[in-house]
Design a binder for this molecule. Sequence first.
Ligand code: NAG
Ligand code: NAG
Ligand code: NAG
Ligand code: NAG
Length: 265
Amino acid sequence: MEFSRNFMITFPVLLLCFSLAYGQVSSPKAATSATLTLTPAPAPGPAYVNLAYLLSVAGPYQTFLNYLESTELIDTFQNQANDSDQGITIFVPKDDAFKALKKPSLSNLSDDQLKSVILFHALPKYYALADFNALSSKGPASTLAGGQFTLGFTDDSGTVRLDSGWSKTKVTSAVHSTDPVAIYQVDKVLLPEAVFGTDIPPTPAPAPATDISPSADSPSAAESKENGSSAKSDNSSSSANRIMNSDIRIWLVLAVLGGWMAMLF
Ligand SMILES: *[C@@H]1O[C@H](CO)[C@@H](O)[C@H](O)[C@H]1NC(C)=O
Ligand SMILES: *[C@@H]1O[C@H](CO)[C@@H](O)[C@H](O)[C@H]1NC(C)=O
Ligand SMILES: CC(=O)N[C@H]1CO[C@H](CO)[C@@H](O)[C@@H]1O
Ligand SMILES: CC(=O)N[C@H]1CO[C@H](CO)[C@@H](O)[C@@H]1O
């Protein structure tokens, strides 16, 4: 009786002790996975597509939508979307893509340059994903920003890749694709050469080289940048710290437990 009562008290405490120690070591990493949304096509007829509404509900596109609204280009886009003869194809970068934009940032652009950059994210015509194969063979395509603002496309066995000179990226999901409105998500903000090729402020030479050379497969590019000792040096010390912390924790709990059991017996 005495034993089982003590056991019933000490067993949960031991469990707690171990779960604390191990929980510390093997804390789960927050796996943030991008959710790709594909809104189903509305059934009846050529319905009016409200771009501002669609972008606000379809994904993490708030930054792009904010730029559309602050530049008042939302009307230009919506007008093009309303044109059922031509339609519109929009490449919308995720909010993350704007956050990742460091070297050529949008903050230094004049109003006109900013408008050009935003207009650069749309083609004045509806293209289904299947149309890009044919489009890619016709050379660079003009965007809503006009003449010299062209985007190159390649259809890489079903993956549509975009090349603006400054940024190479690809279509990662179809947000909406019903004639006359197509909205495709892209991984990067599209930076036109016509703006950034001539107006890069302080350090023109190194910036474009590092941005252009690693192609669309950005993970490997990011890794190769982190080969230096700074990225690795904290691995040993931080994990050692964690192990030391959990050791101290175990010993503390065991000490308390020991005192407690001494009192019980
Ligand atoms: C687009 O069409 C809708 C519905 O017909 C209309 O309410 C809206 O004002 C139009 N917007 C533009 C910018 O043409
Ligand atoms: C660009 O903007 C940043 C701050 O946003 C500023 O520090 C920098 O001087 C600007 N560069 C030029 C060339 O205007
Ligand atoms: C391939 C590569 O990026 N190598 C770099 C690794 O980091 C050192 C500095 O720690 C650079 O000198 C190398 O160029
Ligand atoms: C820079 C550095 O200290 N890196 C260490 C990271 O952890 C591995 C494995 O413990 C060590 O071999 C490295 O030296």
